[in-house]
Design a protein around this ligand. Structure first.
Ligand SMILES: *Cc1c(COP(=O)(O)O)cnc(C)c1O
Length: 222
């Protein structure tokens, strides 16, 4: 099966999960995670109707997406990898959605940069939560989410939801359930959770965005 066939199969699986679970969101956005894959692999999916894509590195997105976008202006690009403050300016001009807000210094950099330049594409942000409290992983620890949200609320940055990447090799469901509870607590409508191996679980637990790479594109090129 090629990537367009896999896209259709994943869409069917999404629909089936929606029908089977009372907690499933009515509308689920499939984000095609195109990191490491060239434009020649991305374009067939765009031609098949796919609009939302995810990249985890600013530099790679800057190399790849402006040319694709010239041809297909309708794309919605999500940053799903951690962001250094010195890349904020570029990230705000490249991405429509940044899913990895996780610290006050980054919030400050967004605010400062969007005041400075009018040319900001990104107006939608998610807070990333490090549900597994892993040292090497981005995201705010669940216990620190309240103070980060309190801070963000003083700045006017528009947070629509929460995002998480659970630890590998453990069941994802408890992490998704925690993210769901946190989103309810802070009144945030969007939940970005679930990847190739666990998106069906994520949908059953209320995901509104799923981020799928391998199951769409095949193995990543490194
Ligand atoms: C790479 C990546 C994905 C996609 O992972 P797959 O297992 O290939 O579907 C999703 N989310 C984030 C944050 C990623 O870095």
């Amino acid at each position: 099966m090629n990537s367009v066939g896999r896209l259709q199969a994943i869409k069917q699986a999404i629909q089936k999960c929606q029908e089977e679970s009372a907690l499933a969101a009515k509308e689920i956005k499939l984000i095609a995670v195109s990191k490491t894959h060239p434009a020649s692999s991305i374009i067939p999916l765009i031609e098949a109707g796919q609009k939302a894509f995810g990249e985890n590195r600013v530099q790679e997105a800057a190399d790849k997406w402006p040319a694709i976008r010239e041809q297909y202006p309708d794309i919605e690009l999500h940053l799903i990898g951690s962001l250094q403050t010195n890349k904020v300016k570029e990230a705000l001009s490249l991405f429509d959605v940044i899913q990895t807000v996780d610290r006050p210094s980054l919030v400050d950099a967004f605010i400062k940069e969007s005041r400075k330049t009018g040319a900001v594409r990104c107006r939608t942000f998610y807070v990333q939560v490090n549900t597994g409290e892993e040292a090497q992983k981005g995201g705010v620890k669940p216990g620190d989410l309240k103070s980060l949200m309190d801070y963000i609320n003083t700045t006017g940055l528009y947070i629509v939801g929460l995002m998480c990447v659970p630890p590998v090799n453990v069941p994802s469901a408890p992490h998704f359930a925690l993210l769901y509870e946190l989103a309810r607590e802070f009144n945030l409508p969007e939940l970005s959770m679930g990847m190739s191996g666990d998106y069906e679980t994520a949908i059953r637990l209320g995901a509104t965005n799923i981020r799928i790479g391998t199951a769409l594109f095949g193995k990543r090129l490194t």
